[in-house]
Design a protein around this ligand. Structure first.
Ligand code: F6R
Length: 264
């Protein structure tokens, strides 16, 4: 794991955009895994800017989203389909047929639909770069605590904490969804590179447990310790509960000298 620390959310978003843009420039048909939520919004804004101002080309990019709420119509403003259109896809030249987001209103058997989503990823030769956020309890995707570290795409019940965190996004008379389809931890770990973004003090504990705690199903993000090319991009607050910050900085400096590719 490489731990990069930035001063604030703006700097974190800028750096994340630089990394993703480099991945697109190096491999125009790069397979990108996208997350939703508040954390990657700055990254998506920066990517839209790079597309408009520098012609960053998404024409051959293929994308897979991590998750989608179950039962929410795709055109509901809080669906992840709407989120992705509003914050990224409507503003760049990605092709509709290259975009994949789990269908929270699938027809047929859920388990078969989830297997189909895994097949789509496999047929695309897997994900080159998976972007992740992290929940306060350490979830990645919607892999809530106790999710198997080997889990695959499947329906998942959301915890009380997650539904509470999501409540603000829904009208007071609306019940936030209580379940989602999510890529599993096993699915996520198959991405060739992983970039996890975390911002703000509310994420500090989850980040510390993920990096410095044991690998455990109680903290899904701790499974990233098993991945050989994961970068955590944190702002100062999200990094505040890490005990070995100086060491992580030295690792970055050494990496910059010896293996600059690792830093994108
Ligand atoms: C969203 C997702 C979630 C979020 C996490 C953090 O697609 O998979 O794991 O990344 O809940 O959400 P924010 O960024 O809103 O704090």
């Amino acid at each position: 794991m490489l731990i990069l620390m930035e001063e604030n959310y703006e700097a974190l978003s800028r750096e994340a955009a630089r990394m993703v843009a480099n991945a697109v420039r190096r491999k125009p048909d790069v397979r990108l895994g996208f997350a939703t939520g508040s954390t990657p919004l700055g990254l998506y804004r920066a990517l839209v800017r790079l597309h408009r101002e520098e012609g960053l080309d998404f024409a051959c990019v293929v994308s897979f989203n991590l998750d989608e709420y179950i039962g929410l119509p795709a055109d509901h403003p809080q669906s992840f389909h709407s989120y992705m259109r509003r914050n990224l896809f409507d503003h760049i030249n990605v092709r509709k047929e290259n975009v994949h987001i789990p269908d929270g209103n699938w027809t047929g058997k859920c388990i078969e639909y989830c297997a189909h989503y895994e097949t789509l990823i496999a047929r695309a030769s897997g994900i080159d770069l998976q972007i992740l956020g992290v929940g306060k309890e350490g979830h990645i995707g919607f892999n809530e605590p106790t999710s198997s570290l080997a889990s695959r795409t499947r329906p998942k019940t959301l915890t009380y904490q997650t539904t509470q965190d999501n409540r603000a996004d829904f009208a007071p008379n609306e019940q936030p969804p209580e379940a989602a389809i999510t890529m599993g931890i096993g699915t996520i770990l198959e991405a060739r590179r992983i970039l996890l973004l975390a911002s703000g003090a509310a994420k500090a504990k989850a980040v510390a447990l993920a990096v410095e705690g044991p690998i455990t199903a109680s903290v899904s993000a701790s499974a990233l310790q098993l991945h050989r090319d994961t970068t955590l991009l944190l702002d100062r607050e999200a990094a505040s509960e890490l005990r070995h910050r100086d060491y992580y900085q030295r690792v970055v400096e050494t990496t910059r000298k010896l293996n600059p590719e690792r830093l994108w």
